[in-house]
Ligand binder design. Structure first.
Ligand code: S3P
Length: 447
């Protein structure tokens, strides 16, 4: 997949923001829908799939390994699976673009199939650590040859039959958990993952829905997840709920831009994903759940957010796993709160699509927001609701660092800045939220 050309964007004050927003399908659930459907015997249907570059990279890789995946005219997706154990040798390298989830979960799939696959990615993904999946998958018997530092490009030579393991996660990572469970699907016996800190549980919920024999037990050592191997997955009809990580930008935008009143529709509210809503409410945000319901086995509601005076907090570190992708935009909310917000215990931010601690500190400081960087987080002194100053010079550029969430977060910051903010490259937004700027224009009355 060719990376699009860098695309600079200038965003100045807008608002009040009003109207209704439909967020795109959940990225985590979209990847998993395609992967599990590709391993089922027969035809699955998916509606609400996120059609962002990351998920399309997963679809392309699964096609290259034999699954029949097609987008229908009504916008739904049809997947004809090959069955667990049925993945075929891909003819060329699997191009993962910017997507860590595609890479780590697909490495798990390949690890227990009798095939060899090479994974490549863009500059951001090629800098991210893969040792965390290489370690358990190697224990299961896969042979993995990585670039220095356990990075992409790398080659996975699967082992079939693989060896079932019991693996305690050394980092709170749903991707590592899922990679091991996916490898376990085609492994004889029971593969077990122990999760000392709970992370998003979409794999467990969905695998159960697909008919896998999977148990989850809460123990003093954490959550123990066991999957029976040589599984047969049954095809499913899946409705993907809206992505809370995409809704996050509107929750913060609505909170900080005076006079705003937004309805964000169809937001997934699985408790392993709602840390940002909790943190914003602690800061005084006005977020109300409307029409709580269930979509695709996940709790969902519409969220009404209105402008509110935010107050700084010490962000509870135990929220980190349930808002790990939302810190960049939480830092933006903090820039408009009264007082000094401190977020610690979020080490993992250093190894996301960018080093999100350093990237957000630089971005906010370049817009006149005082920050202090820690190894595991950031402290931000907010304006108390006034606009942030914005850049010192009109030609200053905020660096998005090939990171969609930095680009969208700083766009939100620009909506209430005294001087317009220019982001050097917003093209990565297409990885997770292709319609982001259209939605922004709609709610700010530009269209
Ligand atoms: C994801 C897990 C998280 C998250 C990522 C999606 C997933 O990564 O940051 O955007 O779908 O499993 P980690 O597992 O690295 O925490």
């Amino acid at each position: 997949m060719a990376h699009p050309l860098p695309q600079a964007l200038t965003v100045g004050p807008r608002g009040p923001l009003s109207g209704t927003i439909q967020v795109p399908g959940d990225k985590s659930i979209s990847h998993r829908s395609l992967m599990f459907a590709a391993l089922a015997v027969g035809e699955s249907r998916i509606t609400g799939l996120l059609e962002g570059e990351d998920v399309l990279a997963t679809a392309a890789a699964l096609r290259a390994m034999g699954a029949d995946i097609e987008r229908l005219d009504d916008g739904s997706w049809r997947v004809h699976g090959v069955g667990v154990g049925g993945l075929r040798q891909p003819a060329t390298a699997l191009e993962m673009g910017n997507s860590g989830t595609s890479t780590r979960l697909l490495m798990g799939l390949v690890a227990s199939h009798p095939i060899t696959a090479t994974f490549t990615g863009d500059a951001s993904l090629s800098g991210r650590p893969m040792g965390r999946v290489i370690e358990p998958l190697s224990q299961m018997g896969a042979q993995i040859t990585a670039s220095p530092g356990g990075r992409l490009p790398l080659m996975v030579r699967g082992m079939c039959p693989a060896v079932p393991i019991r693996y305690t996660l050394p980092v709170a990572s749903a991707q590592v958990k899922s990679a091991v469970l996916l490898a376990g699907l085609n492994t004889p016996g029971t593969t077990t993952v122990v999760e000392p800190v709970a992370t998003r549980d979409h794999s467990e919920r969905m695998l159960r829905g697909f008919g896998a024999d999977i148990t989850v037990e809460d123990t003093p050592a954490g959550r123990v997840i066991a999957i029976a191997g040589e599984a047969e997955l049954r095809p499913q009809t899946i409705t993907v709920p809206g992505d809370p990580s995409s809704a996050a930008f509107w929750l913060v935008a609505g909170s900080i831009v005076p006079g705003s009143d937004l309805l964000v529709r169809n937001v997934g509210l699985n408790v392993t994903r709602t840390g940002l809503v909790t943190a914003l409410r602690l800061m005084g945000a006005d977020i109300v759940e409307v029409d709580a319901r269930e979509v695709g086995g996940e709790p969902v509601a519409d969220l009404r957010v209105r402008h509110a005076a935010l107050t700084a907090i010490d962000v509870p570190p135990d929220l980190a796993p349930s808002m790990i992708d939302e810190y960049p935009v939480l830092f933006v909310a903090a820039a408009f709160a009264r007082g000094r917000t401190v977020a610690r215990g979020a080490h993992e931010l250093r190894v996301k699509e960018s080093d999100r601690i350093a990237a957000m500190r630089r971005a906010l400081e370049s817009c006149g927001v005082p920050c202090e960087e820690f190894e595991d987080g950031l402290a931000i002194t907010g304006t108390g609701g006034d606009p942030i100053p914005g850049p010192d010079t009109p030609d200053a550029r905020v660096a998005s660092k090939l990171d969609h969430r930095i680009a969208m977060s700083m766009t939100v910051a620009g909506l209430h800045a005294a001087r317009a903010v220019t982001i050097d490259d917003v093209s990565p937004v297409a990885t997770s939220y292709p319609a982001f700027y259209q939605s922004l224009d709609t709610i700010s009355g530009v269209q």
